[in-house]
Design a protein around this ligand. Structure first.
Ligand code: PBG
Length: 331
């Protein structure tokens, strides 16, 4: 009789039969940067994550690297008075986010530093593109994204992360980067980014939600993907691949494991999954209530994203996972 249980009978045998492994080298730690110093401000809807000033970012990176996490995705919280309709501060040479990137790379040259390319942190309207007459303008936005990309490459970011979902952005960025000799700067494209309800805590962290105004679209559904669609992700992946992306990302992760699997099966580029703020917040809340055990539910969650096909996982749990891994609690 065939008995699959034979392969589960001891920890040693389970280890031999284990199909999927997750290690800290697969993880990216997202960081929220604020201007100033001495700031470590917890995000109320995402306990355990903080808005950090640069001095504390240094500490966060050092701690993470000591735990085996070498990759970081940095997001800026832009002061209201620096926002405008077209996001000009995003490529201002005095931008504190760009300067911070340079400092981080000077101090930690071996880390991989990933940027955010989108207008929403810099936009008075809170959208990823330029808004005019109630519409998000695609091609005008590309010009800003290209300038932002060159500025970020110049600042020292290793990988640029376009999270905006404008059409043609990878080509526009790649062209601008190459024309300015930034041929080694990579692009991790948010390929299949869905118009999801699970970005709430992130928008709280950066104060980047679409503003409430009759002339401003109240959601991002004209550019982020419809959660009902799967085949459309293949169109986005095909375009990003042709246009020169180096990584394809699916976002969110947990509700979209099928999309991660689909892209992994159909494309050769490494697949990243963004385990987004709302997905992390749900688990934290359940654990705080005593309904789930964090030390078990958290690693199982990350492992499932990896099993679906993610080569890279961006998660607010990166450090906690790496700590458990270092202590030998994870195989
Ligand atoms: C915006 C951006 C968002 C996230 C990353 N980049 C939010 C949005 O699209 O509104 C969300 C990440 C998270 O929820 O953890 N360009």
């Amino acid at each position: 009789m065939r008995r699959p249980r034979r392969n589960r009978q001891s920890a040693a045998i389970r280890g031999l039969a284990q199909e999927t492994h997750l290690t800290p080298s697969h993880l990216v730690n997202p960081i929220f940067l604020v201007e100033g110093s001495g700031i470590k401000d917890e995000i109320s809807s995402l306990p355990g994550s903080f808005r950090l000033s640069l001095d504390n970012v240094f500490q966060e990176i050092e701690e993470s690297m000591n735990l085996g996490i070498d990759s970081f995705m940095m997001f800026p919280k832009i002061p209201e008075q620096r926002k405008d309709k077209t996001g000009t501060y995003s490529y201002d040479p005095d931008n504190f986010y760009l300067k911070a990137a340079t400092e981080v790379k000077k101090r930690f040259p071996e880390c991989a530093l990933i940027s955010d390319v989108a207008l929403d942190p810099y936009s008075v309207d809170g959208h990823d593109g330029i808004v005019r007459n109630g519409k998000i303008l695609n091609d005008e936005t590309l010009e800003v994204l290209a300038k932002m990309s060159v500025a970020q490459a110049a600042a020292g970011f290793d990988i640029l992360g376009p999270s905006d979902m404008m059409d043609g952005r990878i080509a526009a960025m790649r062209q601008a980067l190459d024309a300015n000799q930034y041929t080694d700067t990579s692009i991790m494209s948010y390929t299949a980014k869905y118009a999801s309800a699970f970005y709430g805590p992130f928008r709280d962290a950066l104060d980047s939600a679409p503003v409430e105004d009759a002339n401003i679209p109240k959601d991002k559904k004209t550019y982020q993907m419809n959660p009902a669609n799967k085949r459309e992700a293949l169109i986005e992946a095909e375009l990003d691949t042709q246009e020169g992306a180096d990584f394809l990302m699916v976002k969110p992760a947990l509700n979209y494991l099928d999309i991660i699997h689909l892209l992994k099966e159909n494309y050769e580029l490494p697949i990243a999954a963004y385990h987004v703020s709302g997905e992390c917040a749900m688990l934290i809340a359940a654990c705080q209530n005593g309904w789930l055990d964090y030390s078990k539910a958290m690693p199982e969650t990350l492992l499932s994203i990896r099993r679906a096909g993610a080569d890279v996982i961006i998660t607010y749990f990166a450090k906690d996972f790496a700590r458990m891994y270092k202590e030998g609690l994870i195989k």
